[in-house]
Design a protein around this ligand. Structure first.
Ligand code: ATP
Ligand code: MG
Ligand code: FE
Length: 337
């Protein structure tokens, strides 16, 4: 079964064709990041406009690259939640038009379920059940994936998401938006023990996260050094900060695995590209005899191939939509359409 999938939840306009949830026939991503960089973050109104301009050529290219026409695909998948509402609406309405014109089924996909599915494209041997740490620009969740469309959230962030925490600290260190990748690269050349930063815990919750205090601690460090006329080593600061964030993520994730008896651990979302997080979990899982999976680097960030993969499993579960499908800016991962 071939699915043409669309993604427009944030600042990437993407289209892809995926076969049987596992094989990428084409994947096209048009990123707007250079334009949003000028403003230090994603400007929703600009994002919507750029999606409107890009959605047709990006979809055409995805079909061309797969050597297919609309008539050859079996269904249309689309991200409908969560994300910027104006951005989501572009993909949803375009997908509705395609489904109506072609008479193919329309399959709505939750963006974070798509991030999880990036692993099905990377690792053919991976099947549920598993425990997954979803770490992205807007979300930080520990989820039990009992089956492809049966998901339970065990813990989540109470304030900033992991990606947001990396981007905000990177900005304070003078790196352009989105600074997560540059902070990670810079940290490779630093000493993670150079600065003492907190490892915040959420009182009364074993699996929830809180990153805003950690972010404030690093901003204060930089501010106080500035006032004293001192310059801090950015590589050391980046390494110390990255280590603190990864400690928090790993601690709760491993605890959840121990408590639930999970034997397979999976990473998903943009922050799953983080070098230290990947190394740590590779090591920890090997030590404990757990399986460990993470998406191939090009599939960590937003793309439509991951949406095409999840759409296949949603379709098999009967989760299709009619022409009254609407976008939603927020939606729990647990909820089925
Ligand atoms: P969401 O998926 O929650 O809706 P999003 O789609 O904007 O948010 P993603 O595309 O999944 O987010 O991930 C982008 C985030 O990942 C950014 O915050 C970016 O800085 C971060 N990121 C990317 N690579 C790395 C890295 N190597 N280390 C740390 N953070 C990274
Ligand atoms: Mg993006
Ligand atoms: Fe995302």
């Amino acid at each position: 079964m071939k699915i043409l999938a669309l993604e427009s939840s944030c600042d990437e306009t993407a289209a892809a064709v995926v076969e049987d949830g596992r094989k990428i026939l084409s994947s096209v991503v048009a990123s707007q990041v250079e334009e949003h960089k000028l403003y230090g973050g994603v400007v929703p109104e600009i994002a919507s406009r750029r999606h409107c301009e890009a959605v047709v050529p990006v979809t055409q290219k995805a079909l061309e690259d797969a050597n297919l026409t609309l008539a050859d695909v079996d269904a249309i998948g689309v991200t409908y939640a969560p994300g910027l509402i104006g951005a989501l609406l572009v993909g949803v309405n375009f997908a509705k038009g395609l489904a109506m014109a072609s008479g193919k089924p329309l399959v709505p996909v939750h963006h974070l379920r798509g991030h999880v599915a990036a692993n099905y494209l990377t690792s053919p041997e991976l099947t549920p059940p598993f425990l997954c740490l979803v770490v992205s620009g807007g979300h930080t969740h520990i989820v039990q994936v009992a089956d492809y469309t049966k998901i339970t959230v065990l813990g989540q962030t109470r304030d900033d998401a992991a990606g947001e925490a990396f981007d905000k600290a990177a900005r304070a260190m003078g790196m352009p938006y989105p600074g997560g990748i540059e902070l990670d690269e810079t940290a490779e050349g630093g000493d993670e023990k150079a600065f003492h930063l907190p490892r915040p815990h959420v009182d009364g919750s074993l699996y929830d996260f809180s990153f805003s205090g950690l972010k404030t601690a690093v901003i204060n460090l930089i501010h106080n050094a500035d006032q004293r006329g001192e310059t801090l080593s950015i590589p050391d600061l980046a390494a110390s900060y990255r280590c603190a964030v990864v400690d928090c993520l790993e601690c709760n994730f491993v605890r959840a695995a121990e408590d639930t008896g999970a034997k397979t651990l999976v990473l998903a979302g943009g922050v799953s590209a983080n070098r230290l997080l990947r190394r740590r979990l590779t090591h920890t899982c090997a030590e404990r005899g757990w399986g460990f999976f993470c998406p191939a680097l090009p599939l960590c960030g937003d793309n439509a191939a991951m949406i095409g993969s999840q759409a296949y499993y949603e379709f098999l579960a009967g989760h299709t939509a009619g022409n009254d499908l609407n976008a939603r800016s927020e939606m729990p991962m647990e909820e089925n359409n």
